[in-house]
Design a protein around this ligand. Structure first.
Ligand code: SF4
Length: 426
């Protein structure tokens, strides 16, 4: 079995995510979710050879970094105490964990440093005794991913994963141990939104603190790669079904139009917040409307002694009030990693950086700022618009606005939500 060289790194969301640091135990997952992003995206699929992470290397890195020896952008983020997302690429608790126990070792090491960690899983293994003994009193936040679909079909879509009832039991156990839990309702299958209420009721009964939600994205090869049951739900032709709903192609995926997604998600947010649970909009273009100050997971509300990667467009905009302008130079006032980030990005996202007068990451942000790095320029995000103004370097100036679809929905952003269970100490 090969060692997993890239067991830690930065996610491709680094341009707009406050927690872009990922940690993976294995390079692939042994669940078989019918929509699986891991298997439909290139490079990390079920067909790759299995590689396993290296706890000793993680331990050495943390000990070196906290002795002040920093040699990479990854080290800089660690020394800044940006939370790790454990399971950023593949589920850290799939079958192989029983044998290899890499996740267990990672958790022990992170506990030693009280290092903040966000676990993403579909498994309930984390409440097995030996894991519970480690994570109790750890600086940890656990996110269970669940597909929003007719509950009768859930076992067919989340294939090989525990049913919702078992996840609810695990969530309650974690709550009893004082560990905050999030339910990630990701993905929501279009046409099945009405079942959200049932899932929310289970979340509420299980003392879940936070919910994030995101609609299914349809990869261009979905007609081939989606599983059978999911294809049936999507009229046996997911691409056509998405096109019929007005989806547009973004890179290698079809995305439902914001006019379809936003009203549904806003209604979900309202209902969730009404129950004292915080809400995160996990669709990239709606991220600004999430509770908390750390993207869709609101992890700043649930982890202690942690800092966030704020040198990104969404974090910058979250700091602004409606009507305030966003200048590229605002990034200079905040923390920016000085070492090269390009080594962690896939070759398609890399740019040729020739400007050695500023940290490489600023050159990336500048490319994004002017719309040269894919779709993610500032005004891609709902709540940011471009003005006619330019700064002294000729870079465009943006403005924070109410949601562009505010007439349709009430997308109020509540970073310190008054009914939040944390605020109420529940
Ligand atoms: S658990 Fe996650 S990584 Fe594993 S198959 Fe399901 S969606 Fe893919």
């Amino acid at each position: 079995m090969k060692p997993y060289k890239y067991y830690a790194g930065l996610t491709s969301q680094v341009g707009f995510c406050a927690t872009p640091l990922r940690l993976d135990s294995y390079n692939r997952c042994q669940f078989s979710c019918e929509y699986c992003f891991a298997s439909t995206r290139q490079g990390y699929g079920r067909n790759e050879r299995l590689q396993i992470g290296n706890p000793t290397s993680l331990l050495n890195r943390l000990s070196r970094v906290f002795e002040g020896k920093i040699s990479s952008a990854l080290d800089e983020l660690i020394s800044h105490r940006v939370p790790f997302q454990l399971g950023g690429m593949a589920d850290p608790f799939s079958r192989i964990e029983t044998d290899k126990r890499v996740t267990l070792e990672y958790l022990k090491i992170l506990k030693e440093y009280d290092y903040p960690v966000i676990v993403s899983t579909k498994s309930t293994k984390i409440v097995d005794r030996e894991y519970l003994d480690v994570i109790t009193e750890s600086n940890i936040y656990v996110r269970f991913s669940i597909t929003v679909v007719d509950p009768k079909l859930q076992a067919k879509i989340d294939r090989g994963c525990p049913p919702l009832e078992e996840i609810a039991v695990a969530a309650k156990e974690l709550h009893t141990q004082g560990i905050p839990v999030c339910f990630r309702f990701q993905p929501i299958i279009p046409g099945h939104e009405q079942y959200f209420k049932d899932y929310l009721a289970v979340a509420y009964e299980s003392n879940v603190k936070h919910i994030s939600a995101e609609f299914l994205k349809c990869p261009i090869d979905a007609n081939k790669k989606f599983g059978k049951s999911l294809k049936v739900i999507l009229d046996d032709n997911p691409i056509q079904r998405y096109k019929d709903l007005g989806a547009l192609k973004q890179g290698r995926e079809y995305i439902l139009p914001i006019t379809y997604r936003a009203p549904v998600l806003a209604a979900m947010a309202k209902e969730t917040r009404g129950k004292g649970i915080t809400f995160g909009f996990a669709d990239n273009d709606l991220l600004l409307h999430s509770d908390g100050n750390a993207c869709c997971a609101a992890s700043n509300l649930y982890l202690r002694d942690s800092n966030y990667f704020t040198a990104n467009i969404v974090s910058l905009a979250k700091e602004k009030s409606i009507g305030e302008r966003l200048y590229f130079s605002d990034f200079l006032a905040g923390w920016v990693p000085t070492r090269a980030i390009s080594t962690y990005l896939n070759s398609k996202s890399r740019i040729a950086v020739s400007d050695s007068t500023q940290p490489e990451w600023l050159s990336y942000l500048q490319e994004m700022w002017v719309g040269k790095l894919g779709v993610f320029s500032p005004n891609y995000f709902d709540g940011i618009e471009i003005t006619n103004e330019h700064d002294e370097h000729g870079l465009p100036v943006f403005i924070k606005t109410h949601s562009k679809i505010a007439e349709l929905v009430n997308l109020s952003c509540t970073s310190t939500h008054p009914h939040n269970r944390v605020a109420e100490g529940l």
